[in-house]
Design a protein around this ligand. Structure first.
Ligand code: CMP
Length: 138
């Protein structure tokens, strides 16, 4: 057991057939997949998901990108899930991400950065609720 975080394998990574390699990294790092879905966000839903970034210079590009093609969303469980997952994915900019991190391995740029992870326990709860209904979680 442990607590939870929300991961998204982003457009680009899905298109480049990286769902398998990224989920393998996640499992190897000791995270348990508690819920999983393949879906696609509408522009409006991407704006809602990233509402905290509204007004920032990258908001338009980010929400266009996130609604451009399918994604994979997952609820992951591990002790200290949010922080441990952020370590596994690495810095937002792949050029700054440490060796062995998912973004260092698979991201193309700061916006096309392969994967999302919740940045706080409070946001994790909100983000898990955004993607998964009660019957999809057990
Ligand atoms: P993510 O973890 O999904 O959360 C917000 C996203 O905004 C982040 O990954 C990046 O893809 C994107 N982002 C954050 N800062 C910048 C930036 N300075 N320029 C471009 N994109 C950014």
């Amino acid at each position: 057991a442990g607590n939870k975080t929300l991961a998204i394998i982003k457009p680009g990574a899905v298109e480049r057939n990286l769902i398998g390699p990224i989920l393998a990294k996640i499992n190897e790092a000791g995270f348990v997949i508690k819920a999983l879905k393949y879906t696609k966000l509408k522009k409006e839903q991407a704006c809602e998901f990233y509402a905290v970034h509204e007004g920032k210079p990258f908001f338009e590009d980010l929400t266009d990108f996130m609604s451009s093609s399918p994604i994979v969303a997952a609820i992951l469980e591990k002790e200290n899930a949010v922080n441990n997952f952020r370590k596994l994915i690495g810095a937002t900019d792949p050029l700054e991400a440490e060796e062995g991190t998912i973004r260092r391995l698979f991201a193309e740029s700061k916006t096309h950065n392969a994967i999302h992870g919740s940045d706080s326990d409070e946001n994790a709860i909100h983000e898990c609720d955004f993607f998964f209904s009660r019957v999809e979680r057990f």
